[in-house]
Design a protein around this ligand. Structure first.
Ligand SMILES: [Zn+2]
Length: 272
């Protein structure tokens, strides 16, 4: 089973048939996915395309049932990906009906995939959804309010690379990354998941492999802002650190010293 990050043959095949660039990239990427993309959540070698106009997802796995929505951008993914209606998105999060996301950036000339990231749906939380300005009353859909998904607020553990800088990541490695966050994916309560994700994100921000409790406490104002109703942020932080230790995301070295776990491949290891 091999993955190929080039798109050019698809471009040559479909370019003449599609005038709209957005339709063209949709057809190119769908065909690339059909031929290349495996299911990261089970052992299925390919995922399937939904028939046109499925409301929330573009692809699904016919074995484990996971659904995927693809968002593609030219050149770089950047920090923000534009998504649909704000309230619908927040509703879907609380109803646990958000699909997994596949974020793809492609070369200027549709020649290759630069980056392809899987964001497991459990990482799509209200805190990473940004409300956009409602459309003005001159617009056709006046008052309609869209949203952005803020990639930089998702912890590294929730951004699983399939292709990074045009390099294809080994499938076993991708699945190992998914395996690593299985404990997190099993937490059904959004508030509980939010706390772990926030603390994981703080640890991502601390750019050291070995860090201290005080490094995490430095983010108390940030966390208080996210959880204004919680009066004991420090205790909550310590509780999350224990959960992360029990699930081998971090290691306790004793006396308020922690270490981020190393992964098999240093190069691909997200700096948790
Ligand atoms: Zn599957």
């Amino acid at each position: 089973m091999k993955i190929d990050s080039t798109l050019y043959s698809y471009y040559l095949e479909y370019n003449a048939a599609y005038k709209s660039k957005s339709q063209l990239i949709r057809v190119i990427s769908e065909n690339w996915f059909k031929d290349n993309m495996f299911c990261p959540f089970c052992t299925r070698e390919r995922i399937n395309i939904y028939n046109n106009n499925h409301p929330v997802a573009d692809f699904f796995c016919d074995f484990c049932g996971e659904e995927f929505q693809l968002k593609s951008k030219r050149q770089k993914l950047g920090n923000i990906v534009v998504d649909g209606e704000y309230n619908k998105m927040i509703d879907a999060i609380y109803k646990n009906s958000v699909p997994n996301f596949l974020f793809m950036s492609y070369g200027l000339n549709f020649d290759c995939i630069n980056d392809l990231i899987i964001i497991p749906k459990e990482f799509i939380l209200p805190g990473i959804i940004q409300k956009r300005k409602p459309l003005s009353h001159f617009a056709k859909r006046a008052g309609w309010t869209g949203c952005n998904i803020v990639l930089k607020d998702i912890p590294d553990a929730g951004k699983i690379y399939v292709i990074k800088d045009k390099n294809v990541v080994d499938i076993q490695e991708v699945r190992a990354m998914v395996e690593r966050i299985n404990f997190y994916r099993k937490i059904k309560d959004i508030e509980g998941r939010g706390w772990i994700a926030d603390v994981m994100n703080v640890i991502t921000q601390i750019k050291k492999k070995v860090f201290y409790l005080k490094d995490v406490y430095a983010y108390v104002p940030y966390l208080r802002n996210l959880h204004p109703n919680n009066n004991n942020i420090e205790a909550k932080i310590r509780q999350q650190l224990q959960i992360l230790r029990d699930n081998k995301i971090i290691e306790f070295l004793g006396r308020g010293v922690y270490k981020k776990y190393e992964c098999d491949s240093r190069e691909r290891c997200p700096e948790l």
